[in-house]
Design a protein around this ligand. Structure first.
Ligand code: COA
Length: 405
């Protein structure tokens, strides 16, 4: 068997790297001439699998920040571009690349690796758990009435060029308010976000401004579909809605449902505590299309992760044993106080024992320990311990990541 080399690619290999990634995903070659900010960023963090001079697998990490419960942030390895060309699958290529990515992240002292997955069955084995879920909703526009008047600030429809100025700054302020939110680097926006806006597509940006004229929220949406027998059979799909306050969020939803010549309104990648159904007179009209895995999180350094978040405002202490996929174990005493948290290695008997993937699932409060215990992925001393762990790790607003990468 030809040996496999796992290494970063250089600038001269970027096109080959990209081609292998697109082949792995089974999609058309990238259109020439588009922005390549994201493709060319942080090439030192790429990890290609090379066999006999050919790139057969792609993977990379970007340097992100992840918001934790309490508003602190930790550096995170944001794993992306994971693909193996179809001729080389199920031979352990991905396994080798993930090992290389995690080794690099640990060397950089990033306590977590995060990703958004193409399929839900891939990453559990590598120590990733679903830290935050995403919600998809859809409603028949004609059936939706809002309960109360919403006092909106000023809404302004802006073009993509202005959106490229306004949206990144608004998002960067807001991401600190929700556990699970990740940074969107300056290299991410042009290629991953705005490149989707082609001049032949109906994509729109509306910004909400407060009384002083400062942007405090926005909605980005596309309209697709046509006319059927003289009636507009068109669908408005919100792909990004960010708001600094509940009133701003309500105003943006109200705006969206007020857009004419649209039959249905859909929202993708929303937080699971999305308040839309509470804003309308008939909540059943807001149908849930999916609750999917959103942000996957692998605790590479559980101690650093658990020490960096804040816990529910009640002093408590739990001993958690974490098992990594490579067999390594850490037994940690986690202490939550009003403001400060501590997490230190201990030899005491464990109150809770779980895999790294299960810890990834509860670390941001996006799942409860007791839910996982019911599924058998967490072992606890007793029910009272689970109740204490649930209370200690709970976080509000719900953990969510509304970004894709
Ligand atoms: C997902 C992908 C990268 C896996 O690469 P690979 O080199 O075949 O993976 P490995 O051989 O290292 O697989 C390791 C283990 O994961 C399992 N696995 C891999 N892909 C899986 C999938 N899509 N669903 C379920 N299990 C999967 C393998 O069966 C193997 O299990 P085993 O150790 O029990 O035999 C590859 O199938 C691919 O490129 N898919 C299309 C692009 C894609 O979806 N990328 C992921 C983006 S988030």
């Amino acid at each position: 068997m030809v040996p496999l080399e796992i290494r970063p690619v250089g600038a001269a290999e970027v096109d080959d790297f990209r081609r292998a990634d697109l082949r792995g995903f089974g999609v058309a070659p990238a259109a020439p001439g588009g922005p390549r900010t994201w493709t060319e960023a942080e090439l030192d963090r790429t990890r290609a699998a090379i066999e006999d001079g050919e790139i057969v697998g792609t993977s990379r990490a970007y340097s992100f920040e992840l918001t934790l419960p309490g508003g602190g942030v930790v550096p995170a390895a944001a794993v992306s571009w994971v693909a193996v060309i179809p001729t080389h699958r199920r031979r352990g290529v991905l396994t080798r690349m993930i090992e290389a990515l995690h080794a690099d992240a640990r060397a950089r002292e990033e306590p977590v690796a995060v990703l958004t997955a193409s399929e839900g069955a891939i990453y559990g084995r590598f120590g990733y758990g679903v830290a935050a879920w995403r919600l998809g909703v859809e409603a028949d526009r004609a059936r939706v009435r809002f309960r109360d008047e919403v006092r909106a600030g000023r809404l302004r429809m802006i073009d993509a060029a202005e959106a490229a100025e306004v949206l990144p700054a608004v998002y960067d302020r807001l991401r600190r308010a929700r556990a699970g939110a990740v940074s969107r680097p300056a290299t991410w926006w042009p290629e991953e976000y705005f490149a989707r806006v082609r001049t032949d597509q109906a994509v729109f940006f509306v910004v909400h401004e407060d009384t002083s004229g400062a942007a405090d929220g926005f909605v980005a949406y596309e309209i697709t579909g046509g006319w059927d027998g003289g009636l507009p059979d068109r669908r408005l799909r919100v792909f990004d809605l960010q708001a600094a306050a509940p009133g701003v969020r309500a105003a943006l939803w109200r705006y969206v449902f007020g857009v004419d010549l649209v039959a249905s309104v859909a929202g993708d990648d929303l937080p699971v505590d999305e308040p839309l159904r509470h804003l309308v007179t008939d909540p059943r009209r807001v149908r849930v299309r999916y609750v999917n895995d959103g942000l996957w999180l692998a605790p590479l350094d559980p101690r650093a992760l658990l020490a960096a978040r804040r816990y529910a405002p009640r002093a408590d202490r739990l001993v958690v044993e974490v098992h990594q996929p490579d067999g390594a174990r850490a037994r940690l005493a986690v202490e939550g106080e009003d403001r400060d948290a501590a997490c230190v290695p201990t030899t005491e008997e464990a109150d809770l024992s779980c895999s790294a993937a299960a810890l990834g699932a509860v670390a941001l409060g996006g799942n409860r320990w007791s839910e996982l215990a019911q599924a058998g992925t967490v072992a606890a001393r007793d029910g009272r311990t689970l109740a204490r762990a649930d209370a200690m790790f709970a976080s509000s607003p719900a953990a969510a990541s509304t970004s894709w990468f």
